[in-house]
Design a binder for this molecule. Structure first.
Ligand SMILES: [Zn+2]
Ligand SMILES: [Zn+2]
Length: 295
C-alpha cells in the first residue's frame, strides 16, 4: 500500500450546494495504516470511492467537534459495522468525543440491538475505543506517532492540529485555526502541511448570500486563516508541500484554483496543491510527492 494522502472533503463549513464539494475529511495512508482525519458529511462515501474497504477501518482522528468535522463519525463506524467490521477501531478526539459516540449508539439502539440478535454481529460498542486527548503525544504504536497542538479557533478551545509521523515521513494537519505562528514549529520540515484557508474576495460574497452575515464574517475573521497566512506558516515551517484545504469559499463559481494560487504565492514559493474532493497526494518519496492524480 503506497503512502498517500487523499482529500475526501475539501470545503470549510457544513453547508452543501448542488454539485459542490463535501465538508472536511481526509484519508492518510502511512506505514501500512489507514487513518481517517475528521469525519464531515460525506466521509463514508469518500472512503469507499477512494478504494477503502470499510471493514478495514482502523484509526480515526477528530480535530475538533464542529459538525463539519464530526457529523458523520457515528454513521461511518456504523456503516463499516454493517459492512462486516469485526476488528477494533481506535477513535481519538478532543474531550466530548466519547459523549458523542455514546449518545450516537443510544440514538441507534434499536438498529444495533436488532442486528446483534438477528444478524449475529459483534456488539459495535465493544469494537470502538475512544481516546480523548489534549496537547502533546496522542499515539505511539508500531512506528506511528501522532502528536497534537492546540490551535486558535475561538470560541472552540479544544481544537488541535495533528502531526503524523512514520519513519522519515510526516504529515501535519492544521485543523481549523486563525493565523497561529506556533504551528510553524509544530509543522517543522513536514513532507506535507494540510492547512485551512480563506480567500478574502470570496468572503464578502459568501457573507452576502448567507443569513446572519455580520456574525458569520466576525467568526470567519477570528477563527480562520487567509491563504496568505497559510503560506507564511508553510514558509516558516520549511515544509516540502503545502496543501490548501477547508476552502472558504469552496463553491463560488467566480473563484477558481488560479485565485487561490495567486493569493498563496505571495508568501509561499514551494510545492503547492489546492485541495479538491478525491485529490490524491503521493507520499512515497520526495519525488513522488510532486505527482498527484485524481481518485
Ligand atoms: Zn471547519
Ligand atoms: Zn471549526
Amino acid at each position: 500500500m503506497p503512502d498517500r494522502l487523499v482529500i475526501l472533503g475539501s470545503k470549510g463549513g457544513p453547508a452543501l450546494r448542488p454539485g459542490g464539494p463535501w465538508p472536511s475529511s481526509s484519508l492518510l495512508q502511512i506505514g501500512g495504516r489507514s487513518i481517517v482525519v475528521d469525519c464531515g458529511l460525506g466521509v463514508t462515501r469518500g472512503l469507499v470511492d477512494a478504494g477503502i474497504s470499510l471493514k478495514s477501518l482502523d484509526l480515526i482522528f477528530i480535530t475538533h467537534l464542529h459538525s463539519d468535522h464530526v457529523l458523520e463519525l457515528g454513521p461511518l463506524i456504523h456503516t463499516a459495522w454493517t459492512a462486516g467490521l469485526a476488528t477494533p477501531v481506535g477513535v481519538f478526539g478532543p474531550p466530548g468525543t466519547g459523549h458523542y459516540w455514546r449518545r450516537f449508539c443510544q440514538a441507534m439502539e434499536f438498529d444495533i440491538e436488532i442486528r446483534i440478535v438477528d444478524e449475529g454481529r459483534p456488539d459495535i460498542r465493544d469494537l470502538v475505543s475512544i481516546g480523548e486527548f489534549g496537547e502533546g503525544q496522542v499515539v505511539a504504536q508500531g512506528g506511528l506517532t501522532v502528536s497534537a497542538l492546540r490551535v486558535e479557533h475561538p470560541p472552540v478551545t479544544d481544537c488541535f492540529a495533528l502531526r503524523f509521523e512514520h519513519g522519515a515521513k510526516s504529515v501535519v494537519f492544521s485543523a481549523d485555526t486563525a493565523f497561529y505562528p506556533p504551528l510553524a514549529d509544530f509543522a517543522r520540515g513536514a513532507d506535507i502541511l494540510v492547512h485551512e484557508a480563506m480567500l478574502e474576495e470570496g468572503i464578502e460574497r459568501l457573507v452576502a448570500r448567507t443569513g446572519n452575515g455580520a456574525r458569520l464574517r466576525e467568526h470567519l475573521l477570528a477563527s480562520h486563516s487567509f491563504a496568505e497566512e497559510a503560506g507564511s506558516i508553510a514558509s516558516d515551517a520549511g515544509v516540502k508541500r503545502l496543501v490548501l484545504n477547508h476552502l472558504i469559499p469552496a463553491d463560488d463559481s467566480l473563484i477558481g484554483e488560479a485565485d487561490w494560487t495567486a493569493a498563496v504565492r505571495k508568501t509561499w514559493n514551494g510545492d503547492l496543491t489546492i485541495a479538491r474532493d478525491g485529490l490524491v497526494v503521493g507520499l512515497s518519496s520526495a519525488k513522488a510527492a510532486a505527482g498527484e492524480e485524481t481518485a
